[in-house]
Design a protein around this ligand. Structure first.
Ligand code: NOJ
Length: 552
């Protein structure tokens, strides 16, 4: 795969405004457990989501993606599903879900659900049956293997959360595979019966009105049936916290048959109108897999990876390098981007010092909304929340606990959403929250950020509004401009006659940059609310950003 960093190439020059609803959409990501608790049990729920729909609609987003709320023992907080067609009682009922869909639709919001097809819970009826014997209808629905002659697991595969990817099962006298927790046995998605069952689950939710599916860890869906050992990775050992990272994961995941399964999914979904599909892709080969899984018009619509969720801070080179791989070639899919989610520390805390947070949060919001692709906004990102702090004794995330103190895990991104600064638990619950609210975040609660004061929430709404009205930002091509300054990123988005220049200073120092595009450029939106219609500045204060429009 060639990595291109073009300044002269116009990425995606053939975009059109006759786009499906999801193309260029802004999608609000809810982690239901931490969003809003309607019944005082300390855990957010579907009714809570319904109660806060007006907040979400007021942002001007197009859709909501909900992390899993299906029946689950919650070993990995819902990413371990024990019944794909039931709602976990902690989150509500199917009636609540139907109501959520109806009420979201009535506000013009689409609903995307999170589907985990690479593994189930060990308490799923399929697994219960599969583990009974080596000869039952579902015996091949999971990945089972005999021990080696010395009793060891069949190969060296490691799990993401730490330790071998194999767990011994006394009944079958075999190991079963798990890429994540041992409570998340790996489905054998090579098996066509498993694929059929997945398609049936998709139909079930489409019938209930969902508009799209986010496919969790989908490049983990298939393993190499030859069970070959993974080779070692070249990662420097001091940078590695888990044995998982000490291997090149070429056999436990990312198998060439996965795109064929994507094609089966797409064929089914095409019968039901514009159902959006987006793959979550992790790992070292994320970029080529994103491209592969979305290639042509027979696979998924979109994919996102951890490009901006981990790794080095955002920079001009980073954005050029990453976006430069989506140049709008024939057959190319449509990317999606996230700077924050329930798996990653908040971007403002990862990328900027606390004293710069006010402008940095605005800079990143504008950047996300101006990249060519879909934008995922994680709950609280609209408030500019910093990473939550969670004391060791309050940690819940199994990954955090297993790898402590080398990684603080994901709890800091999952602390409850602050709604009311002065209410108990920032208004998230009337009970005891499942994980404590961070008082620092409570200072930025929704009720402190009203439309009549300059605040991040108001800023987010303005920025969303501008994106929504501006086809060039939603669907346009993208051309990078040379700034000769590594702190400054500048690119052009264009749709027909509409030209938008987007400029970012990622540094905490003043920078200068002068475009050479001639006259007629007027600021339409900026990090500090600079008036519409101003001449574009060449002096760029720390963390400043602006979008400018070419006027006649
Ligand atoms: C990715 C999800 O985002 C994460 O939260 C989960 O733990 C793993 N997939 C396993 O399902």
């Amino acid at each position: 795969m060639n990595i291109v960093t073009p300044s002269e190439i116009e990425l995606g020059h053939k975009s059109s405004d006759k786009a499906p609803w999801w193309k260029g959409a802004v999608i609000y990501h809810i982690y239901p457990r931490s969003f809003y608790d309607s019944n005082g049990d300390g855990i957010g729920d579907l009714r809570g989501c319904i109660e806060k729909l007006d907040h979400i609609a007021s942002l001007g987003v197009d859709a909501i993606w909900l992390s899993p709320f299906f029946k689950s023992p919650q070993a990995d907080y819902g990413y371990d599903i024990s019944d794909y067609k039931e709602i976990d009682p902690t989150f509500g009922t199917l009636d609540d879900f139907d109501d959520l869909v109806e009420q979201a639709h009535s506000r013009g919001l689409k609903i995307i659900i999170d589907q985990v097809y690479a593994h189930t819970s060990d308490q799923h009826a399929w697994f219960e049956e599969s583990r009974q014997s080596r000869k039952n209808v579902k015996s091949d629905w999971y990945v089972w293997a005999d021990p080696k002659i010395d009793g060891m697991p069949p190969n060296n595969w490691q799990s993401v959360f730490g330790g071998p990817a194999w767990e011994w099962d006394a009944r079958r006298q075999q190991y079963f595979m798990h890429n994540f927790l041992k409570e998340q046995p790996q489905l054998n998605v090579h098996n066509l019966d498993v694929q059929n069952a997945i398609l049936e689950i998709m139909r079930f939710w489409i019938d209930r009105g969902v508009d799209g599916f986010r496919m969790d860890a989908i490049n983990f869906a298939m393993h190499n049936r030859a069970m070959t050992d993974n080779p070692p990775s070249n990662l420097e050992r001091s940078r590695v916290t888990r044995p998982f990272d000490m291997q090149k994961r070429i056999h436990n995941q990312s198998q060439p048959e996965i795109p064929l399964f994507m094609e089966r999914i797409r064929k089914e979904l095409d019968k039901h109108g514009e159902i959006f599909t987006v793959a979550e892709i992790g790992g070292d080969e994320a970029l080529s897999e994103m491209r592969d899984y979305t290639y042509g018009d027979k696979r998924l619509n979109s994919a996102y990876s951890f490009d901006f969720l981990d790794g080095p801070p955002v920079s001009a080179d980073k954005v050029r390098g990453t976006l430069g791989n989506w140049i709008g070639e024939d057959g190319e899919g449509w990317p999606s981007w996230a700077f924050e989610n329930h798996d990653a520390p908040r971007a403002v805390s990862r990328w900027a010092k606390p004293e710069n947070r006010w402008f940095a949060a605005r800079n990143y919001m504008m950047l996300l909304l101006s990249l060519r692709g879909n934008a995922f906004i994680y709950q609280g990102e609209e408030l500019g929340l910093p990473q939550g702090e969670v004391a060791f004794e309050h940690l819940k995330d199994p990954e955090a606990i297993a790898n402590w103190p080398r990684t603080l895990g994901r709890d800091g991104a999952r602390v409850p959403m602050p709604w009311n600064k002065n209410a108990d638990h920032a208004g998230f619950t009337t009970g005891t929250p499942w994980i404590p609210v961070d008082p620092k975040q409570a200072e930025l609660a929704v009720d402190t950020q009203t439309d009549d004061i300059p605040c991040m929430l108001r800023f987010t709404k303005y920025a969303m509004g501008v994106r929504k009205r501006t086809l060039a930002l939603r669907l346009g091509s993208m051309t990078f401009m040379d700034t000769h300054n590594s702190s400054v990123l500048a690119f052009m988005r264009r749709h027909d006659e509409e030209h938008i220049m987007c400029v970012y200073n990622f540094s905490d120092k003043h920078s200068k940059w002068n475009h050479h595009l001639g006259k007629g450029w007027k600021v339409m939106f900026s990090h500090d609310g600079m008036s519409d219609g101003w001449e574009v500045p060449h002096d760029l204060p720390a963390y400043s950003a602006y979008w400018a429009k070419l006027t006649k």
